[in-house]
Design a protein around this ligand. Structure first.
Ligand code: NA7
Length: 549
């Protein structure tokens, strides 16, 4: 942690009754917890966290659907700011599921005594900037009014469920659920005919687990998706020891790579590697599983011909695994390059289609027309169902921010400022919205990166920035318009240098939400490069920002 400020006692408005704070933080997931810790314990600010959920966890508090599991490896999906914490915590499996992640985040919250400054079951209904007072006035759905100099959104990138507007949903006689708002008590599929809409990371994780207990599962696929085996397994004692003994080195790798994962991308070209050797490399990567598959060659995300070699390999694997050739053909009828959408990793996804109780329905060929009282009707047929599961993703990156009624100077709504897509500087600050910081906002690497790595960098940068302001007697920070223009251009240039924009239906582009502007939202220039840009800006006295006070 680069913050130079000393640890101070929390100030008097630390008490739960206080209504006025130095900083309000929205969200108590990975971002909000760490932001609270940094501002309260390192800078001595009075901080209140407002959290809609009944506990800590953010996305993991809500996403408890069957098969839910993080696709970052557990030893990298955690904080790295505290050596003691790293020593104390031990993960049990290669990829953590929601219960273990929630245990971890509760452990962190308790260990650093964070919960006393978090108000749970509290949703922000509006946040308006009052220029004369230089304060954010925040209202909650419980009717509370709070103020703070700084407003920090830690709302995650995938928190607002995208439930498609399919006519007839209200007439359905069965039950329906969105995976991102899963009932905490679980859903019993036994003896039920289940329809699963969506084959993103979520649908691909959920299908095999639902199929195990449901009487029948129909998977409604609009876009065929690549997937590579996750190869989840309990961690061995040797690996646990390796993680403890090499924590600093692992952290260094994560901070120096493009995606913040604990492995580097191989420095070899798929196209320049002879076919037999390339095939052997892919086979080995398939056996290892995980997002490491994407790191097998350096040009997979920049050269379409190189990417085709990975696509062909995965297509062949699907045809090898799935016994029915027609189903295999539908599952591998890709319309985008491999990893141009977030690449899922799975446990027996393709194998699931060999079960007698599972059917794949291609809703690109025959779209869903309506939900009837009995089930789902596509152009070609009606599928009787007892339960519909929407694994239809999120209004990603901007959804939670735009649903919060944030208004900046002169009452400018964020929805208006971003009507043509998100515009900000470094993904951190929006012109016209002074003292508002967006942790892992659009325009930052966020979802293209192992999230805790992106989160720690943002939280520490924001903390350092506020410390700088305090040290220099500055009360207001805001980006310059020309810095915003330049950064928006930079985000576009970075995306265009990759194959990512070729996935036309991707939520990275906002294409999954009708009416949402098509703008490539995450910064694709790599986490390590982005970290350097942010550090340079800070070193140059926050170049591109204006201060007052
Ligand atoms: P995604 O990746 O957005 O996937 C949503 C899926 O739902 C995808 O297959 C969509 O098809 C499908 N979808 C969405 N709307 C419809 C309608 N109306 N009809 C049929 N199918 C539909 O969300 P996930 O929850 O799987 O994953 C989100 C992220 O969480 C993931 O990237 C990881 O970072 C973790 P489409 O492809 O749009 O044709």
């Amino acid at each position: 942690m680069a913050t130079t400020s000393t640890v101070k006692e929390a100030s008097k408005s630390d008490s739960p009754q206080a209504r006025s704070f130095d900083a309000l933080v929205v969200g108590a997931g990975f971002s909000g917890l760490y932001q609270l810790l940094c501002l309260r314990d390192r800078l001595g600010l009075s901080v209140q966290v407002l959290e809609a959920g009944g506990g800590v966890g953010g996305t993991w508090y809500w996403n408890r659907y069957p098969g839910a599991r993080c696709d970052s490896e557990s030893h990298s999906y955690c904080y790295s700011f505290s050596d003691e914490l790293t020593k104390e915590w031990e993960w049990s499996e290669r990829y953590p599921g929601p219960p273990e992640i929630l245990r971890y985040l509760n452990y962190v919250a308790d260990r650093f005594d964070l919960k006393r400054n978090i108000r749970f079951n509290t949703r922000v209904s509006s946040a308006h900037y009052d220029e004369a007072a230089n304060l954010w006035r925040v209202n909650t759905d419980a009717g509370e009014a709070l103020t703070a100099q700084f407003l920090i959104t830690a709302v995650g990138c995938l928190s607002s469920a995208n439930i498609p507007n399919i006519s007839g949903i209200d007439t359905f006689n069965g039950r329906w659920y969105h995976t991102g708002e899963w009932p905490h008590e679980g859903v019993d599929f036994s003896g039920k005919r289940v329809g699963l809409i969506g084959t993103g990371s979520t649908g691909i994780q959920a299908a095999p687990v639902i199929a195990e207990t449901a009487a029948h599962l129909t998977v409604f696929q609009r876009t065929a998706n690549y997937s590579v085996p996750a190869r989840n397994a309990p961690l061995t004692p040797e690996f646990k020891r390796y993680v403890k003994e090499n924590a600093a080195e692992i952290r260094q790798v994560m901070q120096s790579t493009v995606n913040g994962h604990p492995f580097t991308i191989a420095d070899r070209s798929a196209l320049e590697t002879p076919p037999e050797e390339r095939q052997a490399i892919y086979e080995a990567a398939w056996e290892i599983g995980s997002l490491r598959f994407r790191a097998a060659f350096r040009d997979l995300l920049t050269d379409k011909a190189a990417n085709d070699t990975a696509a062909d390999f995965i297509r062949a694997k699907i045809r090898e695994i799935v016994k029915d050739p027609a189903t295999a053909a539908k599952l591998s009828d890709f319309d985008h390059p491999y990893a141009a959408k977030r690449p899922p990793i799975d446990t027996d996804y393709f194998e699931t289609f060999n079960r007698d109780n599972v059917k794949l329905v291609d809703v690109r060929a025959a779209p869903i027309e309506e939900i009837t009282p009995q089930g789902i009707r596509t152009r070609d047929a009606e599928y009787p169902l007892d339960i519909i599961v929407f694994a239809t993703g999120f209004d990603g990156m901007t959804g939670s921010l735009l649903r919060m009624d944030i208004r900046g100077r002169d009452g400018l709504p964020l929805t208006k400022a971003w009507a043509a897509g998100p515009r900000n500087y470094l993904g951190l600050q929006v012109a016209g919205f002074p003292n508002l910081f967006t942790v892992t906002g659009p325009g930052s690497p966020s979802v293209l990166c192992n999230m805790p790595v992106a989160i720690e960098q943002h939280v520490e940068w924001i903390t350092d920035c506020i410390a700088y302001m305090r040290e220099h007697g500055l009360t207001r920070i805001e980006p310059k318009n020309e810095a915003v223009d330049a950064w928006v251009a930079e985000v576009n240039v970075a995306a265009e240098a990759t194959l990512l924009p070729l996935a036309k239906h991707s939520w990275y582009l906002g294409a999954n939400v009708p009416g949402k502007p098509r703008v490539f939202m995450p910064y694709a220039g790599g986490m390590a490069h982005y970290r350097k840009i942010c550090a340079d800006v800070a070193t140059k006295d926050y170049e591109g920002f204006t201060f007052s006070g």
